[in-house]
Design a protein around this ligand. Structure first.
Ligand SMILES: Nc1nc2c(ncn2[C@@H]2O[C@H](COP(=O)(O)OP(=O)(O)OP(=O)(O)O)[C@@H](O)[C@H]2O)c(=O)[nH]1
Ligand SMILES: [Mg+2]
Ligand SMILES: [Zn+2]
Length: 287
């Protein structure tokens, strides 16, 4: 029987199948081959009275490490307009690592009740040319969520973003339940803990959604020369640089640099240069 792992606890996997959720144990061979079943995995289960067996893991279309989820096809990248303020470094790093993992990002700016119209216009300018969908919502009141609800269908969607952005509030609104615990920032800081702690796929609108604890970074190691492939606003101009394999840095005749401030945002380009240099430094240390 086919299904999707929606939860894993203490060696047991919970697989959503047409016959409901089945509790399974993984075959010993997985451990032997160093394969760890992941939430989001499409699997084959052999039902048995003495205990269901997770028999086969189908090929993954993506593998996220933090959160540890397979086959994610899109990410709702949730940041609050205020409380906490937008951390653009974190936001752009998220975007790069999602691109690297072939996961479609949707930029979701929450708590728009706390922001002025000019701030929203500026955010749109900051991401000019990227093609990313940008949505302004109020998770708490539920305003502006239709688009997000409709786009769930057919996807495994991950909610990511910093602690306090409103991911769990959004998930609860989308699923029409109170599945996830949400928190007051001050209360949470006092406790020194994040409100959301585990990964579990939740069924909403014929699709699966996973909340994550607020986290500040994703897998970000790569060859510095690869970085430019993860800035979609560069694609259009890339073939027009003077040098083949131009890194859009100090090379003369760089078309990408020419577009900065026009069809490419200066803010995003500056992050590109910063990450490029960081990666060069990091790779130097490694060797
Ligand atoms: N003003 C305002 N506050 C909101 C909105 N949405 C959520 N909040 C509040 O923001 C706080 C944090 O919300 P959570 O949903 O717990 O945030 P989270 O992203 O899940 O946080 P972690 O689980 O720690 O990663 C809560 O007090 C929410 O009530 C909104 O649209 N407007
Ligand atoms: Mg949460
Ligand atoms: Zn160039």
């Amino acid at each position: 029987m086919e299904g999707i792992i929606v939860k894993g606890i203490a060696g047991f996997y919970y697989v959503k199948t047409e016959n409901g959720i089945l509790e399974c144990k993984a075959r010993g061979i997985f451990r032997k081959n160093n394969v760890t079943p992941m939430v989001g995995d499409r699997v084959t289960v052999i039902p048995a009275a003495e205990g269901n067996i997770l028999d086969k893991i189908h090929e993954r279309s993506s593998e996220l490490v933090r959160p540890f989820v397979a086959n994610v096809s899109q990410a709702y990248v949730v940041f609050a307009m205020r409380n906490p303020d937008i951390n653009f470094d974190m936001l752009n790093k998220f975007l790069v690592s999602l691109e690297k993992n072939h996961i479609r990002p949707v930029l979701v700016f929450n708590k728009s009740d706390l922001a002025e119209d000019e701030e929203m216009t500026k955010l749109r300018d900051d991401f000019v040319g990227t093609g990313y969908e940008i949505l302004f919502i109020e998770a708490k009141s539920g305003a502006g969520l239709d688009e997000l609800f409709n786009q769930l269908k057919g996807n495994i969607t991950v909610l990511c973003g910093p602690s306090g952005a409103g991911k769990s509030t959004l998930l609860n609104k989308l699923s029409g339940s109170d599945k996830m615990e949400t928190g007051d920032i001050s209360v949470r800081l006092n406790r020194g803990k994040h409100t959301t702690r585990h990964s579990e796929l939740i069924e909403v609108n014929d699709a699966l959604l996973v909340d994550t604890p607020g986290f500040s970074s994703m897998d970000f190691t790569m060859d510095a020369h690869e970085l430019k492939d993860y800035f979609p606003e560069f694609y259009e101009f890339e073939g027009e640089c003077r040098f083949n394999g131009c890194n859009h840095n100090h090379e003369p005749g760089c078309r990408v640099k020419e577009e900065v401030g026009k069809n490419i945002s200066k803010a995003r380009y500056d992050y590109y240069v910063r990450y490029y240099n960081e990666l060069i430094e990091e790779n130097k240390r490694k060797w």
